[in-house]
Design a protein around this ligand. Structure first.
Ligand SMILES: [Cu+2]
Length: 294
């Protein structure tokens, strides 16, 4: 294209504007003629403008004076209209790389945007994030089992050595968990106690199953309680001297809580006190006769 316009400029300068010379008239032998061609090429519009400025200087009427005549002729040609052909096209193609070169520059500027677009295309990669989200959702159910109540079983029983015991005597349970006291022969109970006052019931917020008498081979009755918090739950059997005999236990003992100390203190308890009412739990076998002792 540039060469195309340059050729046009040359042609116009040499021939297209030359016709004006014939119409200029006679200027006399002493006349001086100056011809200038100003060529302007506008690449954007692909036009070439050639301006012919012809100036004639000749002697004036008086000596020492001159008369100047100036003529301006302008011809504007659009390259595409003036010259076609494969060469021109090829040159245009040659010029395109320049534009292409500009495009990469823009491409660089747009590069982040393209990256963003890539990111937009990457929702496929974001899908894993969704998967992660799903995993998080999956994790939530994993967390849900925490509040989901677990059931712990503590057997109130007489061991092989004839000792009345809770088995296990110590366990950890989360808030919301259920602890099921399972009663085995012959007769036992469970009441929430106080660490500092062994074999005595906790008056408020406690529980008591009543006496549950079980014969051999019968289905074990149960007494279920819910763990309301993480505080230690001390408990004991209120039957006879079972508490003094060491039939005590604890749920969620603290690091400084000592079941052995509770057992030792219970042995010295002057009395084994039963709560006045069955409370604070659920008896699992209504058919079993509960005996309430004041
Ligand atoms: Cu007992």
């Amino acid at each position: 294209m540039r060469l195309q316009l340059a050729l046009i400029a040359g042609l116009l300068s040499s021939s297209a504007l030359a016709y004006g010379d014939d119409n200029w008239g006679n200027h006399g032998p002493k006349a001086k003629t100056i011809v200038k061609y100003v060529t302007k090429v506008q690449w954007k519009t692909k036009t070439c403008t050639v301006t012919k400025i012809k100036t004639v200087i000749k002697p004036g009427p008086g000596s020492g004076t001159t008369k100047t005549q100036t003529e301006v002729q302008t011809v504007t040609v659009t390259a595409t209209a003036a010259v076609g052909g494969k060469d021109g096209d090829d040159k245009e193609e040659e010029e395109e790389p320049v534009k292409v070169a500009e495009k990469p520059a823009k491409a660089e500027d747009d590069a982040p945007a393209e990256k963003d677009e890539v990111k937009e295309d990457e929702p496929k990669e974001d899908e894993p994030k969704e998967d992660e989200a799903k995993d998080e959702v999956k994790d939530e159910p994993k967390d849900e089992p925490k509040p989901a109540p677990k059931t712990h079983i503590i057997k109130a029983m007489t061991d092989d050595d004839g000792n009345d015991v809770f088995e296990p005597a110590s366990l950890m349970a989360a808030t919301g968990d259920t602890v099921v006291f399972e009663f085995h022969p012959s007769t036992h109970s469970v009441a929430r106690g106080i660490f500092d006052k062994p074999c005595q019931p906790l008056e408020k917020g406690g529980f008591y199953s009543g006496f549950l008498r079980v014969s051999g081979g019968a289905k074990s009755p149960t007494f279920s309680i819910k763990v309301e918090d993480s505080n230690p739950i001390w408990y004991y059997c209120t039957v006879g001297k079972h508490c003094q005999g060491g039939m005590v236990g604890v749920i969620n003992p603290g690091p400084k809580d000592d079941l052995k100390a509770y057992i030792a203190a219970s042995k010295k308890a002057p009395s084994n006190v039963s709560p006045k009412e069955v409370n604070g739990g659920t008896v699992g076998s209504p058919k079993v006769k509960r005996i309430l002792r004041a």
